[in-house]
Design a protein around this ligand. Structure first.
Ligand SMILES: [Zn+2]
Length: 144
């Protein structure tokens, strides 16, 4: 067996990076929007937070968030690991602050920001409702 050269933190960090692109929930949202004929770009690095889905025509961005990493409020998937609580807390606080800052910047630049949480579309029973809600949100004019 190969020696484990990574610490637990490093390993978790790498895993989070690996898992951050083209995750399944994101693909669900993308294929749904594509099916409805929406045109979009993905992982737009020029925009704050590199939004998962960008719909220029509607001046709308969509983030498909993992509940654990992005700390979905009151979601059981956003549990606190039992060990190294300080490490995780710092990491989570950083994630939350970064998300808030990016969303603030986007809104300031007149982008509409939509959030989809993985738990909202995981279960097929809730998926259709949530996705239709999202489609509606996307086509709503931005009220400022
Ligand atoms: Zn959640």
């Amino acid at each position: 067996m190969a020696a484990d050269i990574f610490s637990e933190e490093q390993r978790s960090y790498v895993m989070s990076r690996v898992g951050s692109k083209n995750t399944k929930p994101e693909l669900i949202v993308r294929s749904f929007l594509h099916g409805l004929g929406f045109r979009f770009r993905i992982h737009e690095q020029k925009l704050p937070g590199c939004p998962d889905i960008v719909l220029p025509k509607h001046r709308c961005v969509v983030f498909v968030n993992g509940c654990f990493w992005h700390r979905h409020k009151d979601c059981r998937r956003a549990s606190m690991p039992l060990t190294r609580v300080d490490f995780w807390q710092t990491k989570f606080d950083g994630n939350i602050a970064r998300d808030e800052k990016n969303q603030r910047l986007l809104k300031k630049n007149k982008w509409k920001v939509c959030l989809v949480w993985e738990c909202e579309i995981d279960k097929e029973s809730r998926r259709a409702e949530k996705l239709l809600e999202l489609a509606n949100e996307i086509i709503q004019p931005l009220d400022i």
